[in-house]
Design a protein around this ligand. Sequence first.
Ligand SMILES: *Cc1c(COP(=O)(O)O)cnc(C)c1O
Length: 353
Amino acid sequence: MEITLTKTTAPKQKPEDGVLGFGQYFTDHMFLMDYEPEKGWRDPRIVPHGPLSLDPAAMCLHYGQELFEGLKAYRGADGKVRLFRYRDNIRRFNRSCERLDIPVIDEEAFREALFALLRLEMDWVPRSADTSLYIRPYLIATDPFIGVRSSKSYLFIILLSPVGAYYKGGLSPTGIYVETEDVRAVRGGMGSVKAAANYAATLRAQTRAGAKGFAQVMWLDALERKYVEEVGTSNAFFVFGGTVVTPPAGGSILPGITRDSCLCLLREWGVPAEERLISIDEVWQAHAGGRLSEAFATGTAAVVSPVGKFCYNGETIVIGDEPGPVARRLYDALTGIQWGRTPDTMGWTEGIG
Ligand SMILES: *Cc1c(COP(=O)(O)O)cnc(C)c1O
């Protein structure tokens, strides 16, 4: 694939690692590629990061035909920059495309685009502990048309953003509000893919929970408001009497790559791990019976995020203000592999030369 490069004439000053936060700064360049009917994906190009020119009738602005991915490049202590299981992100991106009736992107072309942009922006991968370069590939419907149908033209974009730790407290446990009114997704809907529209449905509950002092919302299933689904935009795990349990992915739950990595590691370590339905009542009963030793959420942004307490129907249960041993061990193992501190026996990382 021939990628055209237009270099910026005004490189930005890079922010200090200490002020990065999450998703506020962007690198000098971005990758763009168009899809046009008959022609397919065309005109792959790297251009200075900047505003897009979009018709106000562009279909993505009206009906939410858009999707995204999220992954990171990590700079190890050895100076080497690594990606973690990025091929899984590309495949999930294409599954999202299929669900949203959008033409998929060839996996190798996607890889070439990603590596070309990363090689150009290598200096933007921050160096301090817990920092990384967040990668945001996304795709929008661009037909200037306000009738409802699938668009015929699309724009694929990759942005890069240097980031610090997702939660300021690092691995310190957060408070979670169990949402009983709004729902995130329903089986047959789009919950198992990274469709932008899924996130719009969650914002009101997130704001309300924040106002009550909780870091995230825990979502229950849409039909019975009974089974645990996800925590914010991450997957939910519980430790019941030594067994790690997480709800089955697919259906209304996003199959997280961090979730899958945790399950792989637990199996490797011989720790019992189950994928099964978990009712919120079971969580409450396990807590009452002293069998709920840990709860945590997993995702690319925060890796593993322990839950300190849950609030459900006005009642709060406290799990603890220290991360539990399972969360801690998974966090150390995953971040060890991602930052190249421990050998990658799983073959999950690939260096960018
Ligand atoms: C992205 C995401 C996750 C986590 O997926 P990872 O691949 O581990 O980053 C979980 N739930 C939702 C809703 C998500 O959007």
